[in-house]
Ligand binder design. Structure first.
Ligand code: 5GP
Ligand code: MG
Length: 179
């Protein structure tokens, strides 16, 4: 890790800051091309997407709105429970809007499958998915991910918003836990 933090174990780095910045710029260019005239709603899934969302939207120079939704799919561990809970609905009318879901990581896909089902009932004009990282080796739900920052191996990753039991979201790079 680039930043030594007191009481933070040294995890091996998977994606360094330079690579993150380049990926965010690439995704922003793709999203700009597709959404420039659509006044989209960027819907971040909390908590994991907060840093990615903050970096991404600062690279977008056209009208858009930002919303967040809170979903829970994990207990305190590293394995998906398969059951997804939503803390509150989206406090914004989505009917007729172009919605871009912004996620930290897609693993089994259960979380997004659940969210997509919920969103479709709001009759948006379109729904697309943007994931900072994608772990396709563990996918169960069938999903089309429109914008992907990084495809990651079957490891539990932390940092850049991603947690392990609520810790390590603040690490500036993406690291992985060794098993
Ligand atoms: P899924 O429902 O696709 O299995 O899981 C999605 C959610 O599980 C993600 O939004 C994230 O919160 C959590 N998750 C899945 N894999 C990882 C991982 O490698 N690291 C972390 N920190 N969270 C993960
Ligand atoms: Mg998440």
């Amino acid at each position: 890790m680039a930043l030594a933090m007191n009481n933070t174990p040294e995890f091996p780095v998977l994606i360094d800051k330079k690579k993150i910045d380049a990926a965010v710029r690439r995704l922003a260019a793709e999203i700009s091309r597709d959404y420039r005239d659509k006044n989209p709603v960027l819907l971040g899934v909390l908590k994991g997407s907060f840093i990615f969302m903050a970096d991404l939207v600062r690279q977008l120079d056209f009208p858009l709105e930002i919303e967040f939704i809170r979903l829970f799919s994990y207990g305190g561990g590293t394995h998906s429970s398969g059951s997804v809970k939503m803390a509150r609905g989206v406090p914004l009318k989505l009917k007729g809007r172009h919605v871009l879901v912004v996620e930290d990581i897609i693993d089994t896909g259960f979380t997004l499958a659940h969210l997509l089902h919920y969103l479709k009932e709001k009759e948006p004009a379109s729904v697309k998915l943007c994931a900072f990282t994608d772990k396709p080796s563990r996918r169960v739900a069938v999903l089309n991910v429109d914008y992907v920052g990084f495809t990651v191996p079957d490891k539990f990753v932390v940092g850049y918003g991603l947690d392990y039991a609520e810790k390590y979201r603040n690490l500036p790079e993406v690291s992985y836990l060794e098993d």
